[in-house]
Design a protein. Structure first.
Length: 582
């Protein structure tokens, strides 16, 4: 739409909400050479629905919504997938005497002419919003569909290229349709969707690709017959991760560096052999632009006060607990960044180092050469550190060395895989750590979980039955009954959630709790004692997030244990626990 601006275009823009004729004329002069419709919609100055209605009225085209579930594969095969992705023209219905084609850009004359040449019937055009077209293309054809189709036609791309490369720019696609290009498209789509993990899983007659987004796995639509490329895809990923492509019988681990959208991404790669072939998983970690501090943790004022007091201690152990992927490492990095200064020597040993912290000495565990947490920690203590961070306490040897480090004047941070904060106590006792040592050196156990946050684009108020709120133990008297929930929109993949936030359970080892530890009380009694001493459970911290409108009741219930609803038990038990402990 370069050159002179037609009055029709200006009138369309005015009808779509552009306030003045001068602004409409200026917006209509697309100097970028790209699609005029894309240029207008990307400007954010028009309402797409009103624009499509105005265009439909002017050119006598109907405006519709499409349901991907109602479009069959026979209809999709009418046009090549490469053409569909290039021109954003989607066949949605094959009638007896015509084919219904959906587009959001009726000004794409080249695409319309090519579509007419490819069809053996007349085309019947309808207008559909851009977001619906894009979603339908991904859902119906699958990621990388246009590349896959060309590979099958030309038999090109099965060779694995670029052995020994250091960093892969996944935005620089090979002009030819190759497995290299297809793999780049899969990874690029995952990054665009904010995925933290990619899983390529062989099934009996197919391949399944899943992205983990905000902690939840989502299956990605893939082209049919993708199974024929399984070996080539696995080999390509192995080459990128500097792994042995000939070894298919044993699990392997590797790493790769990617460049995407002007940022570097570190990827941990793992393969395992299955009965249907090799399965490969990729963990995506953004290197740059990471800010670590209390602002990122978003704790309550009371929680932040407790943690800052713990970080000010000259020695002792602070343990973070929770399952894999709950954000323990991020919290540890935030703690270390807060206390990082010229006067403190901080050394970490991790598996692997996920993010690099300026001024902190960080080491990678290497089990293949017998460089374990215990061995590394033993050598760290000879380096005159003030603060030590151990990625995980897995065995009694590591636990004993960490305890000795705390007893000799070091502040030690580490993690444990337990379900709650008090579970860290029983876990260490099960590892045969002496209770009197545990009680004397551990300052606190901090459990955490990640809850999905409500999408701000589609958030709306909701109500819950009083019976349900009572059943789950929501404190209506303290927090009220104002609740939010995401309706689902294109920004959040129709889930109602976008992003995640942490909830915490901080168990400070107080004097009464020390006595219970030394008496080897069971987990239930330890937890009741901790609550009597002021510990707020994960679920109660989740209710705080719900009352702020950050997340939903369903999300808090999903990630926290039901046995944390202990209000009635606690009210009765508090006096007895406090008396017994003292």
């Amino acid at each position: 739409m370069n050159g002179p601006v037609s009055k029709t275009v200006v009138d369309l823009l005015l009808a779509a909400g552009v306030p003045t004729q001068d602004e409409a004329a200026q917006l209509a002069q697309n100097q970028n050479g790209a699609s005029w419709i894309d240029h207008v919609l990307d400007s954010g100055k028009v309402d797409e629905t009103r624009l499509l209605e105005a265009i439909g009225k002017a050119f006598k085209l109907s405006v519709q919504s499409i349901d991907s579930k109602k479009i069959n594969r026979e209809t999709l095969s009418i046009l090549p997938s490469r053409f569909v992705f290039q021109h954003h023209i989607l066949p949605i219905e094959d009638k007896e005497k015509s084919v219904v084609l959906a587009t959001y850009d009726p000004f794409n004359s080249v695409g319309r002419q090519l579509a007419s040449q490819l069809l053996n019937k007349p085309a019947e055009w309808v207008l559909v919003p851009r977001g619906q077209i894009h979603r339908a293309m991904k859902t119906l054809y699958g990621v990388g569909a246009e590349t896959f189709e060309e590979i099958l036609k030309t038999n090109r791309g099965f060779e694995v290229l670029q052995e020994g490369e250091t960093a892969t720019d996944i935005n620089a696609d090979d002009p030819e349709a190759t497995v290299v290009k297809f793999v780049n498209q899969v990874i690029r789509e995952a990054i665009n969707e904010r995925a933290t993990d990619i899983h390529v899983e062989p099934l009996e007659n197919d391949i399944r690709i899943r992205y983990r987004i905000d902690g939840i796995l989502h299956e990605v639509a893939v082209p049919p017959q993708l199974r024929v490329l399984h070996a080539a895809i696995i080999s390509r990923l192995k080459v990128m991760a500097h792994m042995d492509i000939a070894e298919r019988r044993l699990p392997q681990d590797g790493r790769m560096n990617l460049q995407a959208h002007n940022q570097e991404i570190d990827v941990r790669v793992s393969t395992i052999p299955t009965v249907n072939g090799e399965s490969i998983s990729l963990r995506l970690l953004a290197r740059g632009g990471q800010h670590f501090g209390f602002t990122r943790l978003d704790m309550s004022e009371h929680q932040e006060k407790i943690v800052r007091h713990l970080l000010a201690q000259p020695n002792g152990i602070i343990l973070l607990t929770g399952p894999t992927g709950c954000g323990k490492s991020t919290s540890l990095y935030c703690f270390l960044s807060t206390i990082n200064s010229v006067s403190r020597r901080i050394i970490t040993i991790e598996e692997p180092v996920e993010y690099k912290l300026p001024g902190v000495l960080q080491m990678d565990v290497k089990p293949e050469i017998d460089f374990t947490f215990a061995r590394g920690l033993r050598h760290i203590l000879r380096q005159d550190p003030n603060v030590v961070m151990v990625g995980e306490i897995r065995d009694v040897e590591t636990a004993d060395i960490a305890i000795r480090a705390a007893m000799t004047g070091h502040l030690v941070f580490s993690t444990l895989h337990t379900n709650d904060a008090v579970g860290g106590i029983t876990r260490l006792i099960d590892m045969e750590v002496e209770p009197f040592l545990l009680a004397s050196v551990v300052k606190a156990f901090i459990a955490q979980r990640l809850v999905r946050t409500i999408c701000r684009e589609c958030a709306q108020k909701v109500e819950y039955p009083a019976d349900y709120l009572g059943e789950i133990g929501f404190p209506v008297r303290e927090l009220g009954t104002q609740f939010m929930r995401g309706k689902g929109c294109e920004y959040c993949r129709q889930t109602g959630y976008q992003g995640r936030a942490a909830i915490y359970e901080i168990c400070v080892v107080t004097e009464p709790l020390r006595k219970f530890i030394m008496q080897k009380k069971d987990g239930g009694e330890l937890k009741q004692c901790a609550i009597a001493e002021g510990m707020e459970t994960l679920r109660n911290d989740g209710w705080r997030r719900v009352s702020k409108g950050d997340t939903t009741i369903e999300e808090v219930v999903r990630v926290t244990q039901t046995d944390e609803v202990m209000a009635e038990t606690t009210e009765v038990a508090e006096p007895a626990i406090a008396a017994e402990a003292r």
